[in-house]
Design a protein around this ligand. Structure first.
Ligand code: 13P
Ligand code: SF4
Length: 362
C-alpha cells in the first residue's frame, strides 16, 4: 500500500492515542487490517466494542450492520465511525422491517406467532434486531447459531397454554437461509422437511398455510452473494485435484457445500482451525478472499487454497480501503466526527435486548 498513506494513518492513530479504538473484521484488506487494534469475527468484534467504554471513538473497519451493533453496545458518549458509508451488506438488505412485520402479521393471523421465536443473524439492520428484541427473540452470529437456536426452542416451550403440538416451537430465522438451514439440519438433527423457505416477494411467502403451520424453521429467503458462489462441484473438483485435501467453509455457504465439506465455522473458527493444522496438510477454504490470502501467507508450511477458481471478494467489505481509513482518522484528529453511525434510541433499546440475550448465551 502507498507508503505516504501508511505513514499518515500511523501518525493520525498516534495523535489520537487511546481516544480511538480500531476494530477490523477478518474480511478487511491487509492495508486496513494492519491498523486494527483488534481483529475478529462479528461476534468477537461486538464483544470488543462493548468492552472498550474508555475509547471516545470506535472506528469500525467492517460493514454497516456491524457498526450499528457497535453503536448499540457502546455508551452514549462514544461515537462509532464507519470509514465508508457505502460499506453495506447485500444479505442484510434482503430483510426489510416492513416485510418482516408483514410476515409476522401472517403468522399472527394463522395463530402461530405466539409459538414462534424470531432469531436474526447479526448480518441484519438494527431495525430487524429491534423487531426481534421486541418479540422475545435473540441475535446470533455464525459462531453461536446453534446455542441461539437451542435457546430459542426452549423459550417457545414456555408459551403459556401451548399444547403439545405448539410446544414444538418454531423459529423464524432472518435473513440468511443457509446459516439457519445448515445449523438446524447439520447441528441440531432437524430434517430438510422441517425447514420452509419464506420469500418476502411472494404472497404468503410462497407457502401454504399448512406448510407454515407444520414448519419448525421458517427460513427467510436471504443469502450471501459471496458465499453463494461456492458450489458442490467446487468441492468435488478440489477433492479430485488434491487427494487428502481438507475442505473448510463458512456456514453462509449453501447446504450441499457445507454437507460435502469437512469443517464448517465462523471466520474466527477458520483461522483457529488452520493455526492448529499440521504442517504439510492441504486446505481448501470457502470464504472471502482477503482472509484466505492472508491465511495462505501466514501458513507457508501448509497448502492453503481458495475453494473457487474465480476471485471472490466481498465488494462492500473492500470499500474500506486505506484512503478511507486515513481520511476518517485525520478527520477525528481535526476534531470532526466523520461518517458517524447512530441508531435511534427506541430501536437501539430493543435491539440491545436481543444482542444482550446473545451475549448471555451459555
Ligand atoms: P463471521 O461472523 O464469521 O465473522 O462472518 C460474518 C460475515 O459474513 C461477515 O460478513
Ligand atoms: Fe454481507 Fe456476505 Fe459481505 Fe458478509 S461476506 S458482509 S454476509 S455480503
Amino acid at each position: 500500500s502507498d507508503p505516504g498513506l501508511v505513514e499518515r494513518a500511523a501518525a493520525a492513530k498516534a495523535a489520537l492515542g487511546d481516544r480511538v479504538f480500531v476494530l477490523g473484521h477478518h474480511y478487511q484488506r491487509d492495508e486496513v487490517i494492519q491498523f486494527a487494534d483488534v481483529t475478529g469475527d462479528s461476534f468477537k468484534l461486538a464483544r470488543e466494542a462493548a468492552a472498550r467504554p474508555d475509547a471516545e471513538f470506535i472506528v469500525f473497519c467492517g460493514v454497516h450492520f456491524m457498526a450499528e451493533s457497535a453503536d448499540i453496545l457502546t455508551t452514549d458518549a462514544q461515537r462509532v465511525v464507519l470509514p465508508d458509508l457505502a460499506a453495506g451488506c447485500s444479505m442484510a438488505d434482503m430483510a426489510v422491517l416492513e416485510q418482516v412485520e408483514q410476515c409476522w402479521d401472517l403468522l399472527t393471523d394463522l395463530g402461530i406467532a405466539g409459538s414462534t421465536v424470531p432469531v436474526t443473524y447479526m448480518n441484519s439492520s438494527a431495525d430487524i434486531k429491534g423487531f426481534v428484541g421486541r418479540n422475545g427473540g435473540v441475535v446470533c452470529t455464525s459462531s453461536n447459531a446453534k446455542r441461539a437456536l437451542d435457546w430459542a426452542f426452549e423459550q417457545g416451550e414456555k408459551v403459556p397454554g401451548a399444547d403439545a403440538k405448539q410446544s414444538a416451537t418454531k423459529v423464524l430465522f432472518l435473513p440468511d437461509q443457509h446459516l439457519g438451514r445448515n445449523t438446524a439440519v447439520l447441528e441440531m438433527g432437524y430434517s430438510l422437511d422441517d425447514c420452509v423457505l419464506y420469500d418476502p416477494h411472494k404472497p404468503n411467502g410462497g407457502l401454504t398455510d399448512q406448510q407454515l403451520r407444520d414448519a419448525k424453521m421458517i427460513l427467510w429467503r436471504g443469502h450471501c452473494s459471496v458465499h453463494g458462489r461456492f458450489t458442490y462441484e467446487n468441492v468435488v473438483a478440489m477433492r479430485e485435484q488434491v487427494p487428502g485435501v481438507n475442505i473448510l467453509v463458512h456456514p453462509e455457504c449453501r447446504h450441499e457445500v457445507v454437507t460435502a465439506a469437512d469443517y464448517v465455522g465462523s471466520t474466527e473458527y477458520i483461522i483457529k482451525t488452520l493455526d492448529a493444522a499440521p504442517a504439510g496438510s492441504a486446505w481448501a477454504v470457502g470464504t472471502e478472499l482477503n482472509l484466505v490470502r492472508r491465511l495462505a501467507a501466514a501458513h507457508p508450511d501448509k497448502q492453503v487454497m481458495f475453494l473457487e477458481k474465480t476471485v471472490c471478494y466481498c465488494s462492500t467489505m473492500n470499500r474500506i480501503d486505506l484512503p478511507h481509513l486515513v481520511w476518517a482518522l485525520e478527520e477525528l484528529v481535526a476534531g470532526r466526527v466523520p461518517n458517524q453511525i447512530t441508531v435511534d434510541p427506541d430501536t437501539a433499546h430493543h435491539a440491545r435486548v436481543a444482542l444482550d440475550q446473545m451475549l448471555a448465551l451459555p
